[in-house]
Every structure is written in structure tokens, then in C-alpha cells.
Design a binder for this molecule. Structure first.
Ligand SMILES: NC(=O)C1=CN([C@@H]2O[C@H](COP(=O)(O)OP(=O)(O)OC[C@H]3O[C@@H](n4cnc5c(N)ncnc54)[C@H](O)[C@@H]3O)[C@@H](O)[C@H]2O)C=CC1
Ligand SMILES: CC(=O)C(=O)O
Ligand SMILES: [Mg+2]
Length: 559
């Protein structure tokens, strides 16, 4: 059952302490009785407002602000002063507010974090303070934490190393946990592991608020991460720990090291894979084709690229392809061209998708560029996760368009300015035949007198629901099959099922519904994988509902 919001909460804080607590503060919505009981009379102006009135006023103020960054700053102020109002404003218009708290504006907020920072949120754990991590986590205010998003700020969207400014990402991701999946704000904790930054602009910025030092690497870095994970496990043995926006060199090794040690996943590797697979499964269902018959060119062979390829490979295996048959359908490129088995710079995940040079008869010697790869491979699916805006040229897109009627072309890099091509360009260069989807929001496509929403294949369609499912069923580990289940759960919601001209994914406005469906798929798979306690079928919905918080004021009684 959803929580009863009429139930009176017993509150100890009074006066300024109560008004300064963003979880408990109601601002002008404190009733006359509450103002008297909690010593607020005189601290607040006379007017008493409902939450709806507050949302109307806050939304009007927001709309009048001149830039997305100004709106982001205003929303963050609301979040730090009154979380109920902040989430009510987000939910009031998820489509308008998501780009402000998430991609693309969160990218700019990370770049300017040192200039716009106002109040503490979450934890900054810095390398020089590495022997005191347990002490920092011990704060009783953090007793209710159930989900952590952590970054070290080295690969923030496609914007590179933002150092301590990367904190904007865990804050934004956790806002989506609450707005889209109803995880109560007090259960969420953003953490920035400040290991220095190699971004000289940031380090030389007199306002830089992080540790002014080059990045810690190697064994020292590993020991820092290890100390962090040990402290987290000791403090919250059942917590869900989400890794976000680590550089490729650290992301996969960290996941491999800790995935069986606690309840954890890497969103860029696994969440991204699930949303991409969900969208592609939906597209293939609509085209009546099997994935194993598609040729996939992946542009970018980092966390996202390898993660997506691994899950799609599993889809092909589930369709009956052998491991070798499935691998033969992938051509993966990075900044140095096609991954081939004579390259010495590949990690384990990339090696899995490297093509045998000996089998590339007639292909160029040396580095093989994207155009050659697309043409010779005869790509039917092109996925961009390179972080490089504009990388898909007209020539490249036209080459994909030659190979099939309805090519799937996903420029998934974030933020918007880093998309490998715009949806409009892709539609122009494929005569409107492509199934397009981006990572960040784009305006609707206008073609032949009609408008069509641009799908956003972003892991926001997965991680909130995945987290909700994990917390709801008490899962102790996050398995690969849970991501496959989430992807398939997402695909079942595709508007394309009912309308051949429909979108691949439901609209952003439906993210709460999406999260619930993803949560259910996650819980069912967790049960199959035996990583959660035993329960009956009918309990699944109840458990999920019981976890879901909604932004509404609860009446207070003084302790
Ligand atoms: N839509 C979504 O939900 C998500 C999108 N992303 C986006 O994907 C991008 C990459 O993220 P990660 O894989 O984590 O980064 P990463 O740093 O691990 O990998 C980037 C890859 O791109 C390659 N690359 C760079 N320049 C290239 C070029 N000119 N041609 C071909 N490849 C090139 C690099 O060699 C590397 O293999 C970012 O922009 C990120 O915002 C990441 C996660 C989720
Ligand atoms: C969406 C996301 O996680 C990224 O771009 O890194
Ligand atoms: Mg990310």
C-alpha cells in the first residue's frame, strides 16, 4: 500500500532548526497550529499556502528565469531548502524539469560548480582525508541512507574531467531516483570521491572548490576506492551503491572487483546497456527482425560501448546464436579506429569485440576509420557513445541508410552538444527512414507537416526503476540478468507495439510508470536469481508500492 500521508509525524526539531532541514521544512505550508507548536510564528510571513499554491508560485518564478543554468540553480536552492516542494515542482512538469536537473544542464552545472555552489549536499570524501572515511560516514543524519550514487568526476557526461564539480551528477541522478521512482529523499546520498583533477582549467581556477592536485592513480587510487567500499559496507551493509561517470580505465575494473562483494552496479556500463537494448529490442520487434541478423557498428569502446555490446551480444545468444556468431555481428571503433586483435591497447571487454585482422580481407591496413568500417561492415545499427559531438558525418549516415530500409541510428552521447549527430540531420540524410534516438533531449522532429517526439535513450529509463526494485525486494546483489529483464520490461512499454509510426520509448512524462515496470521486472529476476528473500507473486506490487514516496506534506506533532 502507498504510505498514508495523513499520519502525524513526531518531530523534535523546532524554530530555525526545523526550517533549515530540507526534508522536514514546509515553508509557508506550515499550518497556524504547527507554527505555534514549533516556534515558527514570527519566523515565517503571515501567509499560509498549500503545496499546490507553492508549486504554482515556484513554477512561475522558474519560468521567468532567463537561462537553463539559472533555472538549475533555482531548483537546487529549492531542493536544499524544501525537498517536498522541489519534488512537487519536478513532478508537476517532468518533461520541462528533467533537462534542468539532469542532462544537458547538469553538465554545465558541473563545469561551473565552483561558481554556483551554495550549500552542502551529500559527502565530499577527499584523498587527503582518506583515513577518516568511516568517521565521515558515521554522521547520524545518514542513518536512513539506502542508495548511494558515487563519482570521482573524471568522465562527466562527454565533458571530461570536472574534478569536484562532478558532484552535480550524483545529485542529479539521485533526484531522478526520487522524482521517477519515488525513493524517499532521506534514503539517498550523493558522494564525490575527490582524487584531484587533471583538468588544468579547473585546477587553475581561483574559485575551484576541490582538492587542487593532479589525479591520484594506480595503487594509491585503488586503495582509496577500497577504503571507501569497506567503509560503506561497514556502515550500511545492505546499501545499493551506484558508480557513475568514472573514466573508462577505472569503471570496469571497479565493477569487476566489487560486483560480488556488495549490492552494486555501474550505471554507465549496465544501466546504459539496458536502455539501449530495450530501445533496440522494441525497434526489432516492430521491424519483425532478429538482432542476430543485424550488423552493429559501435562508435566508442568505453564503459557505455562495451556495456551495450555485451548486453546485445547476450540478446543474440538468447535468440540462439553461438558466442562466435554473435560476436561476428559487432564492429567496435574507438578514437584510434576499429578494434582489431593486433592492437595492444585493448582491455578485456574491448578484446571480446576486437575483429581478427586476418579475417578483414580487402580492408585497409593500419588504423581503420569509421567510414570504412560502416561501408565494409554494412552496418544496419549505428550507436554513438564516443562523447564526440558531430562525429556522424553525412557520408557515414548515408552509408548506413544504403544497407537497410529502417536503419537504427542512436547518437547517445551527452550532453546535447556532444551528440554524434542531430536527429534532424539523421532524418535528412536517411530520407526520414531511420529509427533515431539520442541520449539527451532534442526538440521534436518536423517532417512532412507533422511533428514527432525524439526518443531519449538514456539510462534514466533504467536506474531509478532498477534501484526501486532492488530496495523493494531487498536484493543483496545486482545481476546481469536483472539488467536484461529491465531491458525487456522496458521494451514491452514501447509505443511502437501499438502504432507502427510510434516512438521507441514512452515519453519522459511517463518515467514514473516506466520505473515501476522496470522495478517489477527487476524484482522478478532477482527472485529467479535468488539474490533476495523469498516472497509470493502477489507481494511484488505491494513491496514496490510500499517503497514509493510521493511529495506531500505530512502533518507534524511536537515530540
Ligand atoms: N545515453 C546514455 O544513457 C548514456 C550516454 N553516455 C555517453 O556516452 C559517452 C561515452 O561514455 P563512456 O563510454 O562512459 O566514456 P569512455 O571514456 O569510457 O569511452 C569513450 C570512448 O569513446 C572513444 N572515442 C573518443 N573519440 C572518438 C572518436 N573520434 N571516434 C571513435 N571513438 C572515439 C574513446 O576511445 C573511448 O573508447 C559520453 O558522452 C556519455 O555521456 C554514457 C552513459 C549513458
Ligand atoms: C547518462 C549518463 O549516465 C551519462 O551520460 O554518463
Ligand atoms: Mg553517467
Amino acid at each position: 500500500m502507498p504510505e498514508n500521508t495523513n499520519h502525524k509525524l513526531t518531530i523534535r526539531k523546532r524554530g530555525h532548526a526545523l526550517l533549515s532541514d530540507p526534508i522536514l521544512n514546509k515553508g509557508l505550508a506550515f499550518s497556524a497550529e504547527e507554527r505555534a507548536a514549533f516556534g515558527l510564528t514570527g519566523l515565517l510571513p503571515e501567509a499560509v499556502q498549500t503545496l499546490d499554491q507553492q508549486v504554482t508560485a515556484a513554477t512561475a518564478f522558474l519560468e521567468a528565469l532567463p537561462t537553463p543554468l539559472a533555472k538549475h540553480i533555482r531548483l537546487r536552492e529549492l531542493q536544499d531548502s524544501n525537498e517536498t516542494l522541489f519534488y512537487a515542482v519536478l513532478e508537476h512538469d517532468l518533461k520541462a524539469s528533467l533537462p534542468l536537473v539532469y542532462t544537458p544542464t547538469v553538465g554545465e552545472a558541473c563545469q561551473k560548480f565552483s561558481e554556483i555552489w551554495e550549500r552542502p549536499r551529500g559527502l565530499f570524501l577527499s584523498y587527503p582525508d582518506r583515513d577518516r572515511i568511516a568517521e565521515r560516514l558515521a554522521d547520524p543524519a545518514l542513518d536512513d541512507v539506502r542508495v548511494i550514487v558515487v563519482t570521482d568526476g573524471e568522465r562527466i557526461l562527454g565533458l571530461g574531467d570536472q574534478g569536484a564539480g562532478g558532484m552535480g551528477i550524483p545529485i542529479g541522478k539521485l533526484s531522478l531516483y526520487t522524482a521517477c521512482a519515488g525513493i524517499a529523499p532521506e534514503h539517498t546520498l550523493p558522494i564525490m570521491l575527490d582524487c584531484g583533477t587533471n583538468n588544468e582549467d579547473r585546477r587553475n581556477n581561483p574559485n575551484y572548490l576541490g582538492w587542487r592536485h593532479e589525479r591520484v592513480r594506480g595503487a594509491d587510487y585503488d586503495a582509496f576506492i577500497d577504503a571507501f567500499v569497506s567503509a560503506v559496507k561497514a556502515r550500511w551493509p545492505d546499501v545499493l551503491l551506484q558508480w557513475e561517470d568514472f573514466a573508462g580505465v577505472n569503471a570496469a575494473p571497479i565493477l569487476e572487483k566489487y560486483r560480488d562483494a556488495l549490492c552494486t552496479f555501474n550505471d554507465d556500463i549496465q544501466g546504459t546497456a539496458a536502455v539501449a537494448a530495450g530501445a533496440i529490442l522494441a525497434a526489432n520487434d516492430a521491424r519483425g527482425s532478429r538482432l542476430r541478423d543485424q550488423t552493429i557498428v559501435m562508435v566508442g569502446a568505453g564503459s557505455a560501448g562495451v556495456g551495450i555490446a555485451r548486453l546485445l551480444l547476450q540478446v543474440m545468444r538468447d535468440e540462439g546464436a553461438s558466442e562466435d556468431e554473435a560476436r561476428a555481428q559487432f564492429f567496435m571503433t574507438d578514437k584510434d579506429g576499429l578494434l582489431t586483435d593486433d592492437r595492444k591497447d585493448l582491455d578485456a571487454g574491448q578484446t571480446l569485440f576486437a575483429r581478427a585482422r586476418a579475417a578483414l580481407e580487402g580492408w585497409p591496413d593500419g588504423a581503420i576509420g569509421l567510414q570504412d568500417t560502416i561501408e565494409r561492415a554494412q552496418a544496419t545499427i549505428l550507436i554513438g557513445v564516443s562523447g564526440q559531438g558531430g562525429l556522424f558525418t553525412e557520408q557515414a549516415i548515408r552509408a548506413v541508410a544504403k544497407t537497410c530500409d529502417r536503419p537504427i541510428i542512436f547518437p547517445l552521447s551527452n550532453p546535447t552538444s556532444h551528440a554524434e549527430a542531430t536527429p534532424e540531420q539523421i532524418m535528412d540524410w536517411t530520407d526520414g527512414r531511420a529509427l533515431v534516438s539520442t541520449g539527451s533531449p532534442f526538440p521534436p522532429l518536423k517532417r512532412d507537416g507533422s511533428e514527432k517526439r525524439v526518443d531519449q535513450t538514456n539510462n534514466a529509463y533504467i536506474f531509478p526503476g532498477m534501484g526501486l526494485g532492488i530496495l523493494a525486494c531487498g536484493a543483496t546483489r545486482v545481476t546481469e540478468t536483472m539488467f536484461m529483464a529491465a531491458a525487456r520490461g522496458l521494451a514491452t512499454l514501447s509505443p511502437l507495439k501499438a502504432d507502427k509510426d510510434g516512438n521507441l520509448l514512452p515519453p519522459i512524462e511517463d518515467l514514473r510508470k516506466v520505473a515501476r515496470a522496470v522495478a517489477e521486472a527487476t524484482v522478478r529476476q532477482a527472485r529467479i536469481d535468488k539474490v533476495c528473500p523469498v516472497f509470493e507473486d502477489h507481494q511484488i506490487g505491494e513491496k514496490i508500492d510500499a517503497m514509493m514516496w510521493t511529495p506531500a506534506y505530512r502533518p507534524y506533532r511536537a515530540a
